[in-house]
Design a protein around this ligand. Structure first.
Ligand code: SF4
Length: 492
């Protein structure tokens, strides 16, 4: 399937798309994999590898796996249901395998039963887990290895093998090079080739995207919408995009009501609540001079909610979830044409913003990565900042070339950003970093709109630079909490 806007923006739970949402999504698919064999399961084994095992405790990974094994998907489970399931599990020491998708089989299994292998890095990806189910005689009923590859996306070993087979077909078309890189390229080529067959306006680079806009005289948002319409009808798309925004808004406002300390033992105080009360009193009429304070506030509120395990929209990841809501807040409250256009203009702006930023996000997901574990924070916060800059430039009336320029500027100045969260918690530097990146996105859009869209470094070049920088980056700085702030700040 081609990448949809609803793949990049999904409703999930905090604090991490790769370490919480992905593992829950993977575990929730296992009861379905068992199918008719579910009733014969007597025991299960869960092996957790690499970064998932290393920083899983701080990210709620193990809890997410348990909830997922009961069949709960992150976008469907409500907060009160999560609490009820957690309470029952800790009281009984058992899980109800597959409970949320039909018949639940009670099995003795707790977090302590999981086998954690932080030093074992699976060749395909550092975020890996294997789930095995056995019958009463100890015979294996089903086994699958899952890889949480960033942004809540999950690929199973079976899917990897299928892609490799598809790649062989591409490789057989005359290429002699059978090196690992050539095969990896062939996998990507095979995927992109299949995407192209399904979309009216396929694009796999910014150059192609701009070309599609030129040929069809359509905006980036219109191109993205036309592609989405090959997967679902227009009403469903518009309704879905407004729903995404409403979850972002609910997330920020829920957070603004909460005070106290974030979980995890790092003693990080929630700041958004107090800031909100102070800012509301100081700027009751929304003077434009205060715009950055409001943008900072929304970004921090969303990320504090994420850090406390609340309901968020991955945009495109949980760690970077505050940037797009904060920049959207700016678009809806400080861009004249939107402010003066009433409710209809507001809805149109939300749809255009999210579609445009998703088109930029597709490029990062396809050509590089949006995973901190793969390329560091430049892939999470950098991609979100770039997506937000593109979305805002669209709302401010930018041409496709100016939008591409805005997205490029935002990423160019996030290159090299490492992922080094203290204690593996998505708190420091993540929360403030979202606010800084939101401001950067607004600045990038404004800079791009002063130009005519012609610029020296292309978005494709900067995405490729980000990919290469990520490949060269030491694993200490890729969501392992073994370098940077994670080792230089004293925890107390
Ligand atoms: S440092 Fe960046 S990539 Fe790492 S957990 Fe925080 S937000 Fe995510």
């Amino acid at each position: 399937m081609p990448l949809s806007v609803f793949d990049l923006f999904t409703v999930g739970i905090g604090p991490s798309s790769s370490h919480t949402v992905g593992p829950m999504r993977a575990a929730s698919s296992f009861p379905t994999l068992l199918g008719d064999k579910l009733g014969s399961v007597a025991s299960i084994k869960v092996d957790v590898f690499g970064s998932l095992a290393a920083t899983g405790a701080g990210h709620g990974t193990f809890d997410a796996i348990l909830i997922g094994l009961e069949g709960c998907a992150p976008d469907a489970v409500e907060a009160n249901e999560l609490t009820a399931r957690r309470t029952r599990m800790s009281e009984t020491g058992t899980i109800l395998l597959g409970d949320a998708v039909g018949h639940g089989v009670e099995i003795a299994f707790t977090e302590d039963d999981m086998v954690k292998r932080p030093l074992t890095i699976k060749p395909r990806h550092t975020n890996a887990m294997t789930i095995t189910a056995f019958d009463a005689e100890g015979q294996t009923l089903a086994e699958e290895t899952y890889y949480s590859v960033g942004g809540g996306f999950v690929t199973s070993e079976t899917e990897f093998l299928e892609k490799e087979q598809a790649a062989e077909v591409v490789a057989e078309s005359g290429e002699d090079d059978t090196s690992e890189f050539a095969v990896a390229d062939a996998v990507v080529d095979a995927e992109l080739q299949s995407y192209s067959e399904e979309l009216p306006y396929p694009f796999h680079s910014a150059v192609e995207l701009l070309q599609r806009c030129k040929e069809s005289d359509m905006s980036i948002a219109e191109i993205m919408l036309a592609n989405e319409k090959s997967m679902r009808d227009e009403d469903e798309i518009r309704h879905g995009l407004l729903h995404i925004y409403s979850v972002m808004e609910e997330c920020a406002s829920a957070s603004l009501d909460r005070s106290g300390y974030l979980p995890g033992g790092l003693n990080v105080r929630r700041r958004a609540h107090d800031w909100y009360l102070k800012l509301k009193a100081e700027d009751p009429d929304r003077d434009p001079g205060y715009y950055l304070e409001w943008v900072n506030l929304i970004a921090m509120a969303v990320n504090e909610e994420n850090a406390s395990g609340g309901r968020v929209v991955t945009a495109p990841t949980n760690g970077a979830a505050g940037i797009i809501p904060a920049v959207l807040h700016y678009a809806l409250n400080y861009v004249d044409s939107v402010v003066k256009g009433g409710e209809a203009a507001k809805h149109a702006a939300i749809v255009d913003f999210v579609l445009t930023s998703a088109a930029v996000g597709v490029l990062y997901k396809e050509r590089a990565s949006i995973s901190g574990a793969e390329v560091g924070c430049q892939g999470e916060v950098g991609s979100a900042s770039s997506m937000a800059a593109g979305g805002l430039a669209a709302i401010m009336g930018g041409t496709p070339e100016q939008i591409e320029n805005a997205a490029e500027i935002a990423m160019e100045h996030n290159l090299g950003l490492t992922c080094d969260p203290i204690s593996g918690l998505v708190q420091v530097p993540c929360i403030e970093r979202n606010a800084i990146a939101a401001g950067k996105a607004i600045n990038a859009s404004r800079m791009a709109l002063w130009g005519d869209g012609q610029h020296r470094v292309s978005l494709d070049e900067v995405i490729e630079t980000m990919r290469q920088t990520g490949a060269d980056m030491s694993s200490k700085y890729k969501e392992t909490a073994q370098g940077g702030l994670a080792v230089n700040v004293v925890e107390c």
